[in-house]
Design a protein. Structure first.
Length: 345
């Protein structure tokens, strides 16, 4: 039953096969050191992912020094914008009502969290993700070159190798991570870095993705030049496999690409559209009612819908738009779903 529900929740992902200037203050990535036995570094019980049904596993080997990567950020200026889409925008969904939203200035990571960054967290805490340690259904909704069922729940897929037939380098966005996994990573990074991080709200995300534009994409309204700006469903093939609905261009990547492989938007942010869908912290509702401006409090087994944005490497033109909305629940995970962080302080 639970697997069927996951299929229903995630099928919308897999059916899919900025011109203004703004002040931005990018920071160089930095690192901090810590030890894996640091007292209080991680609340294992709180983030077991399935409540009492999961157990956090510690390594009994001697502590090893490791390095946590601090994300490079851009400063996003405060401002007001029209959130949503015009009624005549191609691909528009019924949940994209146009409305004015004002956003306070904030700091957003320039890239999606990478496999390398997430691996430091796992190395330090020996955390097992929902895909690795879920007593009901291990694995991840993933892709393989199977003409009958290319997208399916695959028990061996996880953040280390989301696509089993494709090795993912460490500079690719981490995917196959649930909202529960993301919250665990954030709690650890906050304690280890001395900073405070969170996911962006849905309004913050769209404001940052637009970077001052009002067009469907931050590069304009022409979807078929997307390949210069984003990793999307395109005419790139893999062993003669091709996405059924594509942009009329080639970006050179069939699956995920390294972060920063494409041009940044006007706020110096990379991959805000394409490459990986991104978790945000807001409750999803099909009619905007203010939740897009706030973060939700949720528990690991909650079935509340959480917003997801940005489109992934297999997303067609209707989904690779700043206004397009998607959703999952706290334990959802997919081979093209990742996240990026807001630095609060």
């Amino acid at each position: 039953m639970r697997v069927n529900l996951i299929h229903c929740l995630l099928v919308m992902f897999t059916l899919c096969v900025v011109s203004s200037e703004a002040s931005a203050k990018p920071e160089k990535s930095s690192v901090i050191t810590y030890h894996s036995n640091k007292a209080g570094a991680f609340d294992a019980d709180k983030h077991s992912g399935r409540g009492e049904d999961r157990k956090f596993i510690y390594d009994v080997s001697p502590p090893q020094q490791a390095v946590a990567i601090i994300p490079a950020i851009s400063t996003i200026p405060s401002g007001c914008f029209q959130m949503g889409s015009l009624e005549n925008e191609p691909g528009r969904g019924g949940d994209e009502a146009l409305h004015r939203v004002c956003v306070k200035g904030f700091k957003l990571a320039k890239t999606e969290v990478t496999i390398e960054e997430f691996s430091r967290f796992v190395e330090a805490t020996h955390f097992l993700t929902d895909a690795e340690n879920n007593y009901l259904e291990s694995g991840c909704w993933s892709y393989e070159k199977n003409p009958e069922k290319p997208w399916d729940w695959r028990a061996l897929s996880n953040w280390k190798q989301p696509i089993l037939e494709n090795i993912s380098p460490k500079n690719h966005p981490v995917t196959c991570v649930s909202y529960n996994d993301v919250m665990a990573y954030i709690e650890w990074l906050n304690k280890e870095s001395g900073h405070e991080y969170r996911l962006p709200t849905e309004a913050e995300w769209e404001y940052a993705a637009r970077a001052g534009t009002s067009t469907a994409h931050y590069w304009g309204n022409n979807a078929d030049i997307a390949c210069g700006y984003a990793n999307v469903a395109d005419n790139t093939t893999s062993d003669q496999s091709k996405w059924p609905v594509t942009h009329a261009c080639q970006d050179g990547h069939f699956f995920a690409a390294a972060v920063k492989s494409f041009s940044a938007n006007g706020f110096h942010l990379y991959d805000m559209l394409g490459n990986a869908w991104e978790w945000v912290c807001s409750k999803y509702e099909d009619k905007y009612a203010g939740n897009e401006e706030a973060c939700i409090n949720t528990k690991p087994d909650d079935e509340v819908f959480i917003a997801i944005r940005g489109g992934g490497w297999n997303a067609d033109a209707s989904r690779v738009r700043a206004a397009h909305r998607n959703w999952g629940v706290a334990w959802s995970r997919q081979a093209n779903l990742g996240f990026r962080l807001v630095r609060v302080r």
